[in-house]
Structure formats: C-alpha cells, structure tokens
Design a protein around this ligand. Structure first.
Ligand SMILES: [Zn+2]
Length: 251
C-alpha cells in the first residue's frame, strides 16, 4: 500500500499550527486552549480564515490583515517543518505501526522543545515528562518486546549526560539531560548515533559562532543544546538503525 503522504503533510501542518501556540504560550504560563490567537500588534483575534496553517501567512505576505504588523516567519516555518516531518515519518515507517506512532509522537514533542529552547534557553518538564510517559506506554502497547531496550537506552542516555551537566556551569543543563533520556525511550539503541550527531552539530555551530564573533565573545554566547539533540534524534530515527548496524558489522 502506498503511504498517504499528502494527508500526513496536511495533518502535520495543522498540528504544527498548534505547536506554535504551545511553543509561545507554555513558557509564558498561558492557557494552550484559549483565547484564540491574536495579532501581536493590534490584539485583533484572528479569523479562522486568517489562521490557516502556512497558507494564511503566505496569502497575507506575513502581515496582519488589520494593522499590517509583520508576523514572524517562524510560524509558517514551524508549520512547514512539522508537515514535512509527518510526511517523512509516514514515508519511511508506514509498514511498522509501532515506529510510525512513536515517530509522529516524537516529532510532536521535539518541534516545540527545539523552538522553546532556542527562545528561552529552557526545556520545560511539561513537555519532557509527558513525552517520557507516552514513549513507555506506547512502547508497552505496540512493541512490548522492544520495551527493555527502550528503557535501557533511556537510562544509558541519562547517565551519559548527567555527569557533564553537573560539572558544566553553562551549556548543558538538566533539561538537556532529561531530553536525552526521553530520546533513549523513543530511539532505543539508535540514541547513540543521535547523541553523537548532536554533539558534532553542537561543535560545528559553536566553532562557527566563535569564528564569526571572535573566541572571547563567542565563548559568552550561550548556545542551547536542545535543538541539536532534536536534530540528532530525527536523523537517528530515520537512519540510526542502519548506522548502528554498519558500525557493529565492522567489529
Ligand atoms: Zn494586527
């Protein structure tokens, strides 16, 4: 059966629109369900037809219909990325129900986690805690024989990150430690390449920042690690098992 990519992408756009709301309101302690979204410039509540994921922003060219205040491109970007990731999960995992469900749930948590960490340098427990619970519950229901590997990978990632996080004053925080553990619960053994990729991405971006600002100023720039963990996790989710296999085959 051909995977339903267009419906998956469309569904992802709608979820992405909600994730924008989560990413903005959760760190500010606001309700996720009401009121309706408002224009940040003139406080006009958005009409349903001006709140269509991606398309409204494009049609209105990133401006409020009422007051022409420009609306950040981050909203359509988050929606488009979520839509693309949903379609990708369905494309790659459509013949494996457990991986399909875990992948969609993982994307749904990683998008707001990455955006919030970029925004406020914090990964809320309000996201990592339910993500952990869902990974264990879904794993137990859909693929119980994989559950021991999930739990072991979560514990290993937690221990791996705990020490550097406790020693370093800046950079790694407890939010990153908890996120790494959550990734173990979703990825199983593929959490190893996920962390490896995240560390490499972090070093590459860190060096790039220091090159552009100078070492002294660059050292003061606090780069959130959550987005790298999220990127590493997604790459590992799609190709991680083959990475682990090709590595273990060699030895
Ligand atoms: Zn406005």
């Amino acid at each position: 059966m051909a995977p339903a990519l267009a419906p998956a992408a469309l569904f992802g756009l709608i979820i992405g629109s909600f994730l924008n709301v989560v990413a903005w309101r959760l760190p500010r302690g606001e309700s996720l369900v009401k009121p309706r979204s408002k224009c940040p410039g003139c406080d006009t509540q958005l009409k349903a037809y001006d709140n269509i994921p991606l398309f409204s922003w494009l049609v209105l060219r990133g401006r409020c219909r009422n007051c022409k205040t420009s609306i950040s491109a981050r909203y359509p970007v988050v929606e488009a990325v979520t839509g693309a990731l949903y379609a990708l999960v369905v494309a790659v995992k459509h013949d494996d129900a457990a991986q399909l469900v875990l992948g969609l749930v993982l994307v749904t948590f990683l998008v707001p986690i990455a955006v919030i960490d970029l925004d406020v340098r914090r990964i809320p427990n309000a996201l990592t805690a339910p993500a952990a619970v869902l990974a264990i519950v879904l794993g137990a229901l859909l693929a119980p024989h994989d559950l021991p590997e999930q739990l072991a990978a979560g514990a290993a990632a937690l221990i791996f990150f705990m020490l550097p996080a406790m020693l370093s004053k800046k950079g790694m925080g407890m939010g990153d430690v908890k996120l790494a553990a959550v990734l173990g619960l979703y990825l199983g053994r593929a959490v190893a390449p996920a962390i490896f990729i995240a560390l490499i991405l972090g070093v590459v971006v860190g060096v790039a920042v220091m090159t552009s600002t100078g070492v002294t100023a660059g050292r003061k720039v606090k780069i959130p690690f959550g987005p790298f963990l999220a990127a590493g996790a997604l790459i590992a989710f799609f190709v991680g098992d083959s990475l682990v296999d090709s590595y273990t085959d060699r030895f």
